[in-house]
Design a protein around this ligand. Sequence first.
Ligand code: GLU
Length: 493
Amino acid sequence: MGDFVTNLVYNHLMTTVTRIAPSPTGNLHLGTVRTALYNVLFSKNKNGKFFFRLEDTDRERSKKEFEEEIIAGFKWLGIAWDTPEAIDHENGMVRQSTRNSRHQEIINLLLDKKIAYKCHATTDELEELRKSQRAAKQPEGYDNRGRNYSQEQISAFEAENRKYVVRLNIGLDRDIKWDDLVRGSMSINTKDLGGDPIIQKFNGQVLYNFAVVADDNDMKVTHVIRGEDHLTNTAKQIAICEACSFNIPEFGHLPLIFTKDKQKLSKRKHGDIAGVDKYKNEGYLPEALVNYLVATSYTDQVDSQREIYSLSEAFASFDHKGISKSPAIYDIQKLNWFNREYIAKLSAQEVLDACLKYLSFDLNSKFSQDQIALLIEAVRGNLDKFSDIDNEVNYFFERITIPENLQKFVDEGQDLLKNLVSNIKSDKYDFNNASALKEEINKIGEEMSLSGKKLFFPIRIALSSRSGGPDLGVIMNLLGKTETLARLDNSIK
Ligand code: GLU
């Protein structure tokens, strides 16, 4: 079954199965989500299955809170997984730590067949080895000494109850090759893998590369798509697959996500921006984040200009050839652009409901229902995310101070402001009608031969202390006659 062509044929006949296999040793990273998305798209495009496996075998670093956050993050993003049939699971999720006895069964088999062996080398002994390799300027790694233990040596180690690890014999100097879905033809020589890999530690814990192979096999995974930081793992995993006579899945390695200053996006270096929670908490739409993450490394193969698509819209035309090999660049402006596009599709009520979760001001205390609708409609286009809402409406609720850089517009517009005040005082305006108010402003503009910035800036700044925002008629309607007059009066010298 190790033969490449046999594998191709075999994979072709089987249902396409992909998976995401996060370790609960940290927050849900954007890169993990993006990997999951390409796996979903790849399998669903082929009417296949997408599974979820929690790789929680690292007992020290795995945490329940990370596990919960990862699952909640996927749910929020609308990334659902199928239920595997051939393997135990919890609500569809395979938990790696429950598979100890199966892992042990395979390891025993490999030991029986002498494909794996026990290595009793002590930590000191291996440290010595590394020191001599360093001194001789050779690459560091295990020298496969355990392959050659004699039966007497092994008996002696066992008699003294010496601890051992289990290593897999990956053969002599040979190239491990695969045709990568993203990167094309790949080849890594076994001598560059640091010696026979450990598959089980002194304490009995099975190691990542082995557990992945065993689980992918039992879950009938046909395609492994993951970050390119796993390239050498892939070579080891192919060797393990061969040793176990398992079907070798196809592999695709995605470029990692970098920041603009060319650093790998990480929680340690970049804090919250690397994790999903920040976006969830700040009121980004999950559909927008999903679309953004897919688009970071993917060009639609049918319409290269198409940028906005839902996950299910993307299934239909998904083609892994559209995945880029170049690093993905984290770009918050681009994410904000996507989010605005998705906010624009929502109904007024949906935007209002979403904003209410973030508002620290009580809209009902000041505005009628019609006014609230008017306000939300007027500001929704300025929101990058729903948590921006306070900043868009605070001047209706708080005293304003005109910033120094804008004061000159107010100073230059004194005649205009006085004119407006006298019109308002003479009760000419209907404050309940935002569009009529807007008309009145235009009329003053015509009378005084003012337009553009000269007309709108002094009034807008006097009323809201800023140079952008909703239509002036809307602002005056929402402030009401008394407050509008008070603010205009304040700005007149
Ligand atoms: N638990 C591994 C990780 O989170 C899975 C890698 C893989 O997809 O095989 O990096």
